[in-house]
Design a protein around this ligand. Structure first.
Ligand SMILES: Nc1ncnc2c1ncn2[C@@H]1O[C@H](COP(=O)(O)OP(=O)(O)O)[C@@H](O)[C@H]1O
Ligand SMILES: [Mg+2]
Length: 231
């Protein structure tokens, strides 16, 4: 039997987590899931459309709350935090990259990244410095002043990654981050994730159904009908 990991060694832990969306009939998108993801992991949630990947990532990142069970991020039980406590915790520990980038169209690349740091209360100087550093780390040092509309899809997604990284999260979630990208650009984005994971040790957990990407992932979490299939 494996020795159970101490909470501090875990980036993420689900303890009998269920999410049921109300309706007639109600839909159980994640059903009684327990899982542990060690710090530093490079893991992907895979499975067909409707299997519960987005719901799983939303619960894991504190964007959504379980109907039942507990979610721990880096040892912190997030399912018990108040709205304010959760939003404060997330702004320091959790990064999230969306499939559709979700950048502010009227803000430059640099302003898009700075924004998250400023609203959590970082000083202007610090926000600017960290944002420039993060954009340089994703290969966009020459695009600080560009608006999203002046960037390709792959570049916009890298701005979104820089925005998530600038906050220096412990764990970075990405929900089908390559779904809107061509295969070469998708491959570059995953290479960037691999490099960041290796160099900064930040835990990555992303969802995909791209076969080429799945092959490059060490830990695969396979979902079907709201359950995680045995490895
Ligand atoms: N907000 C919601 N309200 C009701 N049902 C939902 C909602 N979000 C997702 N679902 C349902 O939950 C199931 C899992 O969806 P989702 O987590 O989006 O899966 P995936 O990301 O793998 O496509 C699906 O049956 C979906 O229709
Ligand atoms: Mg989804």
């Amino acid at each position: 039997m494996e020795t159970p990991k101490k909470p501090s060694e875990l980036a993420l832990k689900f303890s009998a987590v269920t999410k049921t969306y109300p309706g007639s009939p109600p839909v159980t998108a994640v059903g009684n899931v327990s899982i542990e993801i060690p710090r530093g992991s490079f893991a992907a949630v895979i499975g067909p459309s409707g299997s519960g990947k987005t719901t799983f990532l939303n619960l894991a990142s504190g964007l959504d709350r379980p109907t039942d069970g507990e979610v721990y991020i880096g040892g912190q039980k997030v399912s018990g935090l108040s709205r304010t406590e959760l939003s404060r915790f997330r702004s320091h520990h959790v990064g999230f990259v969306f499939q559709a980038y979700n950048l502010f169209p009227a803000l430059t690349a640099l302003e898009n990244v700075e924004f998250t740091l400023l609203i959590r209360g970082d000083s202007r100087n610090h926000a600017r410095e960290e944002s420039k550093r993060a954009l340089a780390a994703v290969g966009l040092a020459d695009k600080f002043a560009s608006l999203p509309s002046q960037l390709s899809g792959g570049q916009q997604q890298r701005v979104a990654v820089a925005r998530a990284l600038a906050a220096k999260p412990d764990i970075l979630f990405a929900d089908e981050p390559t779904a809107n990208l061509d295969s070469a650009t998708a491959s570059e984005l995953i290479y960037l994730f691999e490099t960041l994971n290796a160099e900064s040790g930040v835990t990555f957990l992303f969802s995909t159904h791209d076969r080429n990407l799945i092959e490059r992932v060490r830990q695969k979490i396979e979902m079907k009908d709201g359950k995680i299939l045995p490895a």
